[in-house]
Design a protein around this ligand. Structure first.
Ligand code: BDP
Length: 724
């Protein structure tokens, strides 16, 4: 090639690189998540960033530092469109200095002591400052993992096109434990998982390590997630046998540089099943010795093993009550075994026993409050966000306000078992924000759930699908979970804004509308599925479509148990005249929820049985409000469809079409929920639908007789989707 031709060739390529919009490069199959690192589109920012970062100064080659350095090299290459050379010393303006006082002489010499103290063990400092007369950006932390978090934070600033001028950030996580709980089985299936099979290829481990594990670790570290429970709470004791522990150790080796520790679920009956003991009684000396030896064995294989997560005496799982011992006896047994190694036990409060109680939502409160103060220091009681089971909306769990002498953590569900699973768009940050900010009054006013907990676990929505989570928008929930776990005072709006910019575009014509969609999406689901405090109204088995009529079998697994619809009205009376579940809340909360005058409309029917014609605070009757809410749910989905349609050409064609298709499913299924529910309530209220109300397409019986295809993972109903 002649020189001029070569120049022309190079020129055409550089123009292509700068001018061609990112969506035309490479497949947008979702694999890269929010770590896409496409060239900065803002023509003013790009030169600013290129001048601000001209070299990367990093001294250490320790594994976590290497991970930080690799991420910065890759990220900056993509974002700046050119390589940033790595150096050992500051030699020009624009140095990005990365390190801890222990591994970098440059960092150690800087006046950062106060800020680093504030950052604590996992936090970090990012500052624009002069180093020997040269402009620099310093990314510093007390420990290597803090540097890694800082690297991701800095990349996020570039990805979201923020100014780097005068940078002065100190950030530290508010919660110590920020965990993903995988409900993954050893046979590769995932309990309530909607994104393919399990990520963990047990049959290939420990010899074959799928490169995805590292990308999974990167994604977690990018939002500060610092632990993963690899296995299902409905546990299999085999995971604790030597062969499997070698596999776990191999996974731990991949996750370790990213600050992600592994945890396992412990099946309470493991001493019998894999230990050959005659009992698993927590006070039996042989059982205690077995768990202690098992813990020693685990820590020999995985020195930084995090500890155990346990579901006991719930939904048929074995537990201490099988031996007439308490949950505290069970938790303390395991806690004592891991304590010498610095491990913890997360004991779940989701207890759902084999005998039907008067009110299922009271069971955890009744069992655990008397045990307050009797758990070991290294036990955390892991409490679901609400007292029932991950419904679209529940009040906060009363245990958050009534266990002052117990260390608590919260469990939320990222995988949307009850919110449209893989297909409906439901951004969950508003739900978690609502709970984290709820005031428990545990220690007087201002005792929010966020302040009462020491950790948070999210039931993972991650599987082997190429896009990890089963849909483009489901990725936002993984992201949001990590961001809120780091800082539960962040708002859902801010988190959505970040995620959209990193995942789709910084174009204001995209960011605003998509943020609008995300922020209304969870309420839309609440409205078309279970408005005004209703809960658990789905058809039997799959937790997907509507089934408010479900009855028969175990009472507290039926919809009618929860809705209490009758000719008088609708809703579960949980005040003193009913189950009195409201007594489980501390006093100001109890009074607020007990009174029809002060209970929020959003949870009205959770606590009260309300007459069909009774007037709510709006001045409308319950019947009118119900109709309005169901319709609002459908209308919001239609609005989301129109909003998304308006983004054609602004979002890459692949993701545009995928989301469009899912919104079509969601609209049809929102109507299904509305029509089936309204017709069923009408069979009790005998009140008319107003003439201008969108008429149900089929009679009630049609909905009652509908049988969905027997695919438990994707229980779509063609009849519903095919409806004109
Ligand atoms: C319910 C799920 C069930 C889980 C259980 C749990 O339907 O599959 O095993 O929670 O949290 O939501 O243990």
């Amino acid at each position: 090639m002649r020189t001029s031709a070569r120049l022309a060739f190079l020129f055409s390529w550089s123009v292509w690189f700068v001018a061609v919009p990112p969506q035309t490069r490479g497949a947008e199959d979702g694999y890269d998540l929010w770590l896409r690192y496409r060239l900065v589109a803002d023509t003013a920012r790009l030169p600013e960033y290129r001048a601000a970062i001209t070299q990367l100064v990093v001294a250490s080659t320790a594994a976590t530092m290497q991970a930080a350095r690799d991420e910065l090299v890759t990220g900056l290459r993509g974002l700046l469109g050119r390589d940033v050379p790595v150096a050992r010393a500051v030699s020009r303006d624009g140095a990005l200095v990365v390190g801890t006082p222990a591994n970098s002489r440059v960092v150690a010499a800087l006046p950062l002591a106060d800020r680093l103290r504030e950052a604590g063990p996992e936090g970090f400092v990012i500052r624009a400052m002069a180093i020997r007369g040269r402009r620099a950006i310093v990314v510093a932390a007390n420990r290597d993992v803090g540097v890694l978090y800082a690297a991701f934070h800095l990349l996020r600033l570039l990805q979201t096109e923020r100014s780097l001028a005068g940078l002065d950030v100190v950030s530290a996580p508010r919660l110590r434990l920020r965990l993903l709980d995988h409900w993954d089985n050893l046979d590769g299936t995932v309990e309530r998982g909607y994104a393919g099979a399990s990520l963990w290829e047990w049959s290939r481990l420990p010899d074959s390590i799928n490169p995805r594990y590292r990308d999974y670790a990167r994604a977690n570290a990018s939002v500060g997630i610092n632990g993963v429970v690899l296995t299902n709470v409905n546990a299999n004791a085999l995971i604790l046998t030597p062969g499997y522990l070698a596999k776990v150790a191999a996974l731990a080796g991949v996750l370790r540089p990213y600050g992600v520790r592994v945890y396992l679920t412990a099946r309470f009956s493991a001493p019998i099943e894999i230990g050959g003991l005659p009992t698993a009684d927590p006070i039996d000396p042989g059982v205690r010795a077995w768990w202690a030896a098992k813990a020693d064995e685990i820590y020999r294989a995985i020195p930084d093993f995090g500890g155990f997560l346990v579901k006991a005496n719930s939904e048929g799982q074995p537990g201490p009550q099988d031996y007439h011992r308490t949950h505290a006896d069970g938790a303390n047994l395991l806690a004592d075994a891991v304590a010498p190694h610095g491990g913890i036990v997360m004991w779940r409060a989701f207890v759902y026993s084999s005998t039907v109680p008067t009110d299922r939502v009271m069971q955890a409160g009744d069992e655990f409050v008397p045990l307050d103060g009797s758990f070991r220091k290294n036990v955390l009681l892991q409490v679901k966000n609400g007292p029932l089971d991950f419904q679209p909306r529940e009040p906060f769990h009363p245990l958050f306000g009534t266990m002052p002498r117990t260390t608590l953590m919260m469990e939320v569900q990222i995988t949307k078992e009850y919110l449209g699973q893989d297909s409906h768009l439901a951004f969950l940050a508003p739900q978690w924000e609502e709970i984290l900010r709820a005031d428990t009054y545990a220690r007087g006013p201002g005792s929010t759930v966020g302040k009462e907990i020491r950790g948070i676990a999210g039931v993972a929505n991650v599987g082997s699908d190429r896009d990890w989570t089963g849909s483009d928008f489901n990725q936002a929930n993984w992201y949001a979970f990590g961001r809120l776990a780091w800082d539960h005072t962040l708002s859902a709006a801010v988190i959505a804004d970040e995620w959209i910019r990193m995942t789709f575009s910084n174009d204001a014509r995209v960011v605003g509308p998509v943020q609008g969609m995300m922020l209304v999406s969870r309420d839309a689901v609440v409205n078309y599925m279970t408005p005004l405090g209703l809960a658990h109204q789905m058809a039997r088995g799959h937790h997907y479509g509507p089934g408010p009529w479900v009855t028969g079998g175990r009472a507290d697994q039926t919809s009618v148990y929860f809705n209490r619809a009758d000719s008088a009205g609708l809703g579960f009376d949980r005040t003193a005249t009913g189950s009195n579940a409201v007594r489980q809340y501390s006093l100001p909360v109890r009074n607020r929820f007990s009174s029809r005058d002060s209970v929020p409309d959003t949870i009205l029917l959770w606590f009260h049985h309300v007459g069909w014609r009774e007037r709510l605070r709006s001045g409308r009757t319950l019947w009118e409000e119900l109709l309005r809410h169901y319709q609002a749910g459908v209308d919001t989905v239609r609005w989301m469809q129109r909003t998304w349609d308006g983004l054609e050409g602004l979002v890459d064609a692949e993701r545009f079409r995928r989301v469009q298709g899912l919104l079509r499913i969601q609209e049809a299924e929102a109507r299904w929920w509305r029509d089936a529910s309204v017709l069923y309530w009408q069979s009790f209220s005998h009140l008319p639908l107003p003439p201008d109300y969108e008429a149900p397409r089929h009679p009630l019986d049609w909905y009652r007789q509908l049988r969905c295809p027997p695919d438990p993972r994707k229980p779509r109903c063609d009849a519903v989707l095919g409806a004109p």
